[in-house]
Design a protein around this ligand. Structure first.
Ligand SMILES: CC(C)(COP(=O)(O)OP(=O)(O)OC[C@H]1O[C@@H](n2cnc3c(N)ncnc32)[C@H](O)[C@@H]1OP(=O)(O)O)[C@@H](O)C(=O)NCCC(=O)NCCS
Length: 124
């Protein structure tokens, strides 16, 4: 059963600006140590950060809650599946929210075109 859907779009230009101006403060607030390490081997770290951010926002939207209910961007980790597909791993508040909803999976899909990165997510 589909329990929630979410989508988010961001430009690579906007992500580059944020990384350039806020640097480590932004990166540590949003990306887990595993994701930051992954970005170092990615051919295009800005595109990687943009798509990963869009995935996290899309997953946040599947819950339909506000940030004031708690939850950190770093409690959503976007990993690489065996075939290159993104896999979401929830922890902390987001894992709690998913359990409370009776959700067993968060499916996520990413796409790029030019300056745009988009993430969409489904909670099942
Ligand atoms: C609520 C949030 C999802 C808004 O995201 P956003 O990127 O500013 O806005 P988007 O255009 O992607 O999404 C807006 C739409 O999301 C939906 N939305 C709003 N709050 C939502 C929520 N709590 N749950 C699900 N969907 C929500 C609404 O349909 C909204 O459209 P509306 O403004 O016409 O009502 C929120 O996570 C947020 O403000 N994130 C911070 C953004 C940020 O840090 N940006 C820095 C980027 S580098």
């Amino acid at each position: 059963m589909v329990l929630g859907v979410g989508v988010d779009i961001i430009t690579l230009t906007r992500m580059k600006d944020v990384v350039d101006t806020s640097g480590a403060v932004f990166l540590n607030k949003v990306f887990t140590p595993w994701e930051q390490e992954r970005s170092r081997t990615h051919p295009d770290p800005v595109a990687y950060f943009a798509a990963t951010f869009a995935a996290k926002e899309a997953i946040f939207k599947t819950f339909g809650t506000g940030w004031d209910e708690g939850g950190e961007f770093t409690e959503i980790e976007i990993r690489d599946g065996p075939h290159g597909e993104p896999l979401a791993v929830l922890s902390g508040k987001f894992a709690e929210l998913a359990a409370r909803r009776g959700a067993t999976r968060v499916l996520v899909s990413l796409s790029f075109d030019g300056d745009y990165a988009i993430g969409m997510a489904t909670l099942t």
